[in-house]
Structure formats: C-alpha cells, structure tokens
Design a protein around this ligand. Structure first.
Ligand SMILES: C[S@@+](CC[C@H](N)C(=O)[O-])C[C@H]1O[C@@H](n2cnc3c(N)ncnc32)[C@H](O)[C@@H]1O
Length: 218
C-alpha cells in the first residue's frame, strides 16, 4: 500500500494539478460512496477503485473524457457502466464528464442515466478527440469504445491506439489514461496502447482487466 501511494506521488511530480497534502479533505468517493457499486463490478472492481483513488490525488474540479458510453445501465459486471461511475464521482467532487459514442441509441440511453454534469456526444471517437479543444484539462482519459473481438483483437486495439495518438501530445502531466477490456497480455483493447507506452518508457500504474498509465512531466 505504501509503495503504491509513493508511486502515485512520484508519477505526479511535475503535475501542477497534484494536490498538496494540506489541501486534502478528509473524505473520499473511492473509499466512501463507491463501495455501494464496487461489489457489483466483478473483474473491474479493483481497477475502478484504483482509477478513482488516483483521481483523488489530483485537485478537483475534475474533467473526465471517455470513449464508449454506458449502453446497458444495470449491467455493472458485464459492461462496467463507467459513464455512471464518472458521473457520480463528479457529482461528489465537482467537475464534468464528456463521453463520446458513435451509436445514437447508446447515447440516448446513457443520457437518461446521468446528471447535467455529463455531456454525451454522438460521434466517431477518433475524430471527436482530435477536435476536442480542452483535452489538455482532462484528469482522466478513459478508452472503451470499439468492441473487442477476442478472436481478433487487432481492429479494436488499433482503434484505441488511434484514439490515444489523436490527443497524446496535448495530454497534461498527471493525466491518467486507462483502457478497458484488457483480457490478456496479447488480447484486449490495450495491446497497441501498451506497446506504445512501453516503447516510450512509461510503465503502467496498474494492470488488470483495466490498465492505466500516468502521463509524466515532459
Ligand atoms: C464496451 S461499450 C462501452 C461501455 C461503457 N464504457 C461502460 O463501461 O458501460 C463500447 C461502446 O463503444 C461504441 N463505439 C464503437 N465504435 C465506436 C467509435 N468508432 N467511436 C465511438 N464510439 C464507438 C459502441 O457504440 C459502444 O456503445
């Protein structure tokens, strides 16, 4: 646990958004309200907690950018319902969520389950991210769009690499990039994103069914 906290602090050095200890209030969504959801999240339970815990080392108000919106509210274990979790997180701390999805039906479903702090946009994610003017303000970039076919993960993995490359140069130090559906080392939405981060010397903050990396000081 101590090593984990130390690593998070070390990774955030250089991020002006990292909280000073004296600013940290004695409350937490990750260790508080999230508990009511966490038990339903199956394989993603620990990694969602890790994402929220990391965000709480940064200063609110939070800005979360997501590709692939929650299309099946209620199916926490199967889908994750990330949009609903981010929405509850920014309702707790202050902030906003921007979620993009190419399917108008999924956009309409998600919109019915989130607060006014979450904007759900219908677009191809790569084109949308490339034109997203304020992405440098994001605390979290969560990539979970093009569905994974475990028998042929490459189209999905390439799409997620292109999502990352469309914004990578504009991400601020301290931003957490997390990818869902990491089914195995060579099977998942993450496989090319993982190789890219590895090739530039950035090791994951956490690995599991979701994997996360922190953008270092440049
Ligand atoms: C796995 S679901 C997202 C699940 C959601 N993040 C959650 O935790 O419940 C994937 C979503 O990506 C969307 N999608 C697929 N291709 C896309 C693309 N090129 N651009 C944007 N969204 C896309 C699908 O319509 C689908 O709603």
């Amino acid at each position: 646990m101590l090593a984990q906290v130390f690593n998070e602090l070390k990774r955030s050095i250089g991020s002006p958004r990292h909280r000073k200890t004296s600013q940290r209030p004695g409350r937490s969504f990750a260790d508080g309200d999230f508990a009511a959801i966490q038990g339903k999240l199956g394989l993603r339970s620990q990694t969602f907690h890790h994402i929220l815990h990391y965000l709480e080392t940064l200063s609110p108000p939070y800005y979360i950018v997501e590709t692939g919106t929650a299309r099946a509210p209620g199916y926490w274990q199967e889908e994750g319902n990330s949009t609903l979790i981010w929405d509850r997180f920014v309702q707790f701390w202050g902030g906003r969520v921007c979620s993009v999805d190419i399917n108008p039906t999924h956009v309409a479903i998600a919109q019915q389950h989130v607060s006014a702090q979450t904007r759900v946009v219908c677009s191809d994610s790569i084109a949308f991210l490339a034109g997203l003017a304020d992405v440098e303000k994001a605390h979290l970039l969560y990539l979970d769009s093009y569905d994974l076919d475990q028998a042929n993960p490459h189209p999905s993995a390439l799409h997620h690499l292109m999502e990352l490359t469309s914004v990578f140069a504009r991400l601020a130090p301290g931003t957490l990039v997390a990818v869902d559906d990491c089914a195995g080392e060579d099977v998942g939405k993450h496989i090319y994103v993982s190789r890219y981060f590895e090739s530039i010397g950035i090791t994951p903050l956490f690995r599991g069914y979701q994997t996360g990396w922190v953008i270092p000081a440049r």
